[in-house]
Design a protein around this ligand. Structure first.
Ligand SMILES: [Zn+2]
Length: 290
């Protein structure tokens, strides 16, 4: 297991998380064959059972031994008509966290202000880039940290800010007004790459700058397990996972390889409307990072 450090290394905006490969065997047993109509959209219900087995090698970690989980669900209803329009997607929840500030403004009285401009700024590309990889992102309601010391944020505050909110089933994204220095971490950092504890701290300076539309999509890519592509297997150059630095947009491109390698224990499964797939296959196909 790698040492856990609390600040991304120089030049990086994410932390590696120790990972362990595991296999999951999924079984669905119907009590009788489905009868499908080739001529019309049918809804067919059939009883059956679902079970799965998760197998992880024992030698890597003492706390993740091979184990088996099984569940029985009966009856299950399978609506065959939706399969014409929908495909299976991975769903990840994000928990946006803003900083709240109260000031007394004479003569009007108390004035409330919040960070969080980066969410609306970043979400269109989060949706567009990740739906190419069949990842659906759902957004919880805002949570607010009432501590104006985080309004202008420096890296010594990272541990304390991250500890303010822990939502078990979501990736927390903390939006501060500005970083000090402004260009720190290229505008955002991600901790716990690909883990259930993954957290992002990002600056609303990205939104005010109006340039880096893929910033949030890129950081979320780290949260769902993808490091930067240079020198790392399983991540494509020429895609939004290329590091861009401060006030530069990442390529608005996603790849089949990225799609195949996203991982996070927080993923649940959902149906999504069928959309266009990735733009390119792998590094050779997607081109270099500039
Ligand atoms: Zn990055």
């Amino acid at each position: 297991m790698a040492d856990y450090v609390d600040v991304p290394e120089k030049g990086e905006d994410y932390l590696e998380t120790p990972k362990q490969a595991a296999k999951i065997a999924f079984r669905m047993q119907l009590s009788a064959p489905l009868t499908l109509s080739a001529t019309k959209e049918d809804v067919v219900s059939q009883k059956g059972s679902i079970g799965f087995e998760l197998v992880a090698a024992e030698e890597f970690r003492s706390d993740a031994k091979a184990f088996e989980l099984a569940m029985e669900l009966t009856p299950i209803g399978i609506d065959t008509s939706i399969l014409w329009y929908y495909e299976i997607a991975k769903r990840i929840k994000i928990q946006p966290v803003r900083i709240g500030r109260i000031r007394y403004v004479y003569p009007r009285g108390l004035s409330f202000s919040y960070t969080g401009a980066g969410l609306n700024f970043g979400m269109p590309q989060v949706i567009e880039q990740w739906q190419k990889a069949d990842v659906v992102v759902s957004v919880n309601d805002w949570m607010t940290v009432w501590n104006s010391s985080y309004w202008i944020f420096d890296e010594t505050e990272a541990t304390a800010l991250k500890a303010q909110v822990n939502v078990e089933d979501a990736v927390e994204i903390f939006f501060v007004y500005d970083f000090s220095p402004e260009s720190m971490w290229g505008g955002g950092g991600t901790w716990g790459l690909g883990s259930a504890n993954s957290k992002i701290i990002t600056s609303d300076g990205n939104a005010r700058g109006g340039i880096d539309f893929t910033h949030l999509a890129h950081e979320l890519g780290h949260a769902i397990g993808l490091p930067h592509p240079n020198g790392s297997p399983g991540v494509s150059t020429g895609t939004l996972m290329c590091p861009s630095g401060w006030m530069n947009d990442n390529p608005q491109i996603n790849s089949q390889e990225n799609k195949e390698n996203v991982s996070n224990p927080l993923f649940t499964f959902a149906f999504k409307r069928i959309t266009a797939g990735p733009d390119c296959t792998d590094s050779a196909d997607c081109g270099p990072c500039f």
